[in-house]
Design a protein around this ligand. Structure first.
Ligand code: PLP
Length: 474
């Protein structure tokens, strides 16, 4: 496909130089081709357009182009204009890629196809892309001048209203659109909350084990993460109070603890809310996958039980729709709305309006609710397929923990070997993650975290079961 041209941004000229201008242009195009900035098939602007852009005479550009054409760098394609030739003379080696001195933190990977067991992804194969395309086209066609203005940084009004009514009905959270702040992701949500409510150096309870970016983020924001153990009832509030009674906040995943998938029990919910009320601390509820409960209807969010305005709720479209949307939201108690408006106005540039409008239409037309229901059933099925296949292939070598919801399963391994097994699976192209690095304690549990959301058939699950068994034997 012919790429749009972008030559003018790449060039500037020295009219005082002894090198004639046409030669400067010629050299710069060559350098851009040799270094891979311009690739075969990229279109270069017409001589008239480029001359105007660069403030050069048209003849100067034409001379550079004819030299480049003669040397095989450019190809004339009739009405389509000039493009970079598919085969051009070999130039110097492409520029050496910059090497990082330290590895990037977890979860900052580039885009890839879902790998078997890859965590954090919804079932991409069942997303209603035709509906999405239709709505996107409709929203794009309806673009008026007023839509081209910069929207409020708190979120598009239509989307805030759609989120409020969804949360009211589905998650039991009584909120108005003004309480909702749309962000591009979980990191920005937590950053906004922490900057609005906490000061550097203050303590925050973090579940142990916990989603690695949460701890990295707290450290990055200059806060002190206090690891609070998680058992089968969720975060152990008594231990939290013993370790850091005066912490300013707790970040929790009550619906399905990340990564253990356990649900925060009723008594623990009450204890956490009571601590926050007494300590005047904030609870940050990361409800990243609360919709996906198989055992019963989804449990109401912790925020729905909050009578004293201590819970700040974080939601995301990454799990229910797809992660490249980059749309999350924070719901704040009414008393905090003004504070968040001030901080968001200072720190946020907002999220793309077009995407917000499409998502809002998707919700208003009922596709969102239907998709969640469908995924809930599908995840229960896919989990069963994968658990059955792994058990058949591996017997007692992996012990699959029961779970009431979530998007990945936990396959327990003998103590201390999960990193080694995960490394062997990775060598075979399978992206299961070891559980132990998600802990800070010196005695972590050992298990594999394996997402089942993108494993669609029994045959696929069985094949993967065989590959896992082979990798463990090899
Ligand atoms: C525990 C947890 N919280 C939050 C998120 C949401 O991240 P985002 O909405 O920025 O994609 C994820 C995504 O993997 C997650 O696993």
């Amino acid at each position: 496909m012919t790429q749009p041209s972008y030559l003018p941004e790449v060039f500037s000229f020295d009219s005082a130089s002894a090198v004639p201008l046409y030669r400067q242009l010629y050299q710069r195009v060559r350098e851009a081709v040799d270094s891979g900035v311009l690739r075969p098939g990229d279109r270069v602007p017409a001589t008239r357009v480029l001359a105007q852009e660069l403030g050069l005479a048209r003849g100067t550009v034409a001379s550079a182009y004819s030299l480049l054409t003669a040397e095989g760098y450019l190809e004339v394609r009739g009405a389509a204009g000039c493009v970079i030739a598919a085969k051009h003379p070999p130039g110097p080696q492409p520029r050496v890629q910059r090497q990082r001195s330290t590895p990037l933190p977890l979860d900052v990977g580039g885009a890839m196809m879902p790998q078997p067991f890859q965590m954090g992804l919804p079932a991409l194969d069942v997303f209603p892309r035709k509906v999405w395309a239709r709505l996107a086209a409709r929203v794009a066609r309806a673009t008026q001048q007023r839509h081209m203005l910069k929207e409020t940084v708190f979120g598009a009004p239509a989307l805030r209203a759609s989120i409020a009514s969804y949360l009211q009905l589905s998650r039991g959270i009584d909120c108005t659109p003004e309480q909702i702040f749309v962000t591009p992701g979980y990191r920005e949500s937590v950053g906004l909350i922490m900057r609005a409510l906490l000061a550097p150096g203050e303590q925050v309870w973090a579940e142990d084990p916990c989603f690695p970016p949460t701890r990295q983020l707290l450290n990055g924001l200059g806060l002190q993460a206090v690891a609070v153990p998680v058992d089968q009832d969720g975060i152990d509030v008594v231990q939290g109070m013993a370790a850091a009674p005066d912490a300013r906040a707790a970040i929790v995943t009550p619906a399905h603890q990340s990564p253990l998938t356990v649900t925060l029990s009723g008594p623990r919910r009450l204890a956490l809310l009571a601590w926050a009320g007494a300590a005047r601390a904030w609870i940050i509820e990361d409800d990243y996958d609360g919709e996906f409960r198989f055992a019963s209807r989804p449990l109401p969010a912790l925020a729905s039980m909050d009578k004293h305005g201590r819970v700040i709720y974080c939601g995301t479209f990454s799990k229910v729709m797809f992660p490249s949307l980059r749309l999350d939201y924070v719901v704040v108690p009414p008393a905090l709305v003004e504070r968040f408006e001030d901080v968001a106005s200072l720190l946020s540039s907002g999220s793309p309006v077009l995407t917000q409008q499409i998502v809002s239409e998707f919700m208003q037309e009922g596709h969102f609710a239907r998709h969640i229901q469908r995924m809930r059933r599908l995840y229960a099925e896919r989990r069963e397929l994968v658990a059955t296949a792994l058990t058949a292939a591996l017997g007692k070598r992996l012990d699959i923990a029961p779970q009431s919801g979530g998007m990945h399963l936990l396959a327990r391994t003998p103590h201390g070997i999960d990193r080694d097994i995960a490394a062997r699976l990775r060598e075979q192209g399978m992206a299961a993650q070891p559980l132990s690095p998600w802990y800070t304690t010196a005695t972590p549990q050992s298990a594999l975290l394996m997402s089942f959301t993108n494993i669609a058939t029994a045959a696929q699950a069985e094949e993967l079961g065989r590959r896992v068994a082979q990798a463990l034997e090899g």
